[in-house]
Design a protein around this ligand. Structure first.
Ligand SMILES: [Zn+2]
Length: 320
């Protein structure tokens, strides 16, 4: 189990049958009421509470959908103070969007999402980003055997008009491309961050923040890694000498993640703005880290996350 809140998962996961396809999923979440009941189990897993003041003594109105706080006397529903309350989109549509984003290995564009969920593209774009924002994980530091590598995405200069090309930007260059730094436990979890450059100082900061001291590291021969051996046992794959695997020394795990991420980048999204790149990275990392968990557990985890993440209004998202 690699999700952040196993308790929530156990609780919500036991409520629903295993769903193996979108048909199973839609048969279960057949109407708004089922979605509401399901969400109530997740939101009030530690007991009912008032979203206005946090008081735990609340009364439920007849019919079961409205509550009144015994302290501040304000009314609320299960949706108050969550993304479901802020948006006019039905919970069922949110659930479908979450399901699609969870199961799409290469991601799903807002155009595809709009078509499949039945909302405008503008709404789909907002939903997409809101879900993605919730996927940032704050797990413990990595340990064991960790492969690290950096990759460059975006800004294919050869596709631009000559006048718009930036000189000296072929291959690895941060003028037009963004750098993503990935760290992956063999057969375990991973983390990845958008970084401004691949200088030694920048990468070391990431490594120390995300990896336990004493972990066995594997990297390529990039100079920025040359001093990391003073803090961690470190082995290098010498790509420059045509070497890719030397017994246990390789970077196959991180390479396969990059391959998937790039298929999503170029195949599904076509581009990811620098501004939102970390969120796209978080989306792919989340899917990777939950790859062996049951789908209904993953779904419950994301529903919980989406609704507890801070507000992200459309306007702010557009200009942030
Ligand atoms: Zn209250």
């Amino acid at each position: 189990m690699v999700l952040d809140n196993p308790f929530l998962i156990l609780y919500a996961g036991c409520m629903i049958k295993q769903f193996k396809s979108i048909a199973d999923f839609l048969a279960y979440f057949k109407d708004e009421e089922t979605c509401r009941e399901y969400f109530e189990q997740i939101r009030f897993q530690d007991g009912e509470y008032c979203p206005h003041c946090g008081n735990m003594l609340v009364y439920r109105f007849k019919g079961g959908k409205r509550f009144r706080c015994a302290s501040c006397k304000q009314d609320f529903t299960i949706k108050t103070g969550t993304v479901f309350g802020e948006s006019k989109v039905s919970m069922q549509k949110w659930f479908i969007a979450i399901y699609l984003l969870t199961t799409a290995k290469k991601g799903i564009s807002s155009i595809q999402l709009a078509k499949q969920v039945g909302v405008t593209q503008k709404t789909a774009w907002f939903m997409d980003h809101r879900i993605r924002k919730a996927l940032k994980q704050n797990q413990l530091k990595l340990f064991g055997e960790v492969e690290m590598d950096e990759t460059y995405v975006g800004g294919k200069e050869k596709n631009k008009h000559r006048a718009k090309r930036t000189k000296g930007t072929q291959g690895r260059n941060t003028k037009t491309k963004s750098v993503v730094f990935g760290m992956i436990e063999r057969k375990g979890k991973m983390k990845a961050s958008v970084v401004p450059d691949v200088k030694m100082k920048t990468l070391e900061k990431e490594i120390v923040e995300h990896i336990k001291i004493g972990t066995q590291l594997y990297t390529d021969e990039l100079l920025s890694y040359s001093k990391i051996g003073t803090l961690y046992p470190h082995e290098t794959v010498k790509h420059g000498q045509g070497e890719y695997v030397r017994e246990n020394v390789h970077s196959n795990s991180i390479e396969s993640f990059w391959a998937l991420f790039k298929r999503g980048y170029y195949g599904t999204y076509h581009t990811m703005s620098k501004k939102h790149l970390q969120r796209y990275v978080d989306e792919f990392v989340y899917r990777f880290n939950s790859r062996e968990a049951d789908l209904h557990d993953v779904f419950a985890d994301i529903v919980g996350r989406v609704t507890t993440t801070g507000k992200l209004p459309y306007k702010k998202l557009k200009t942030a």
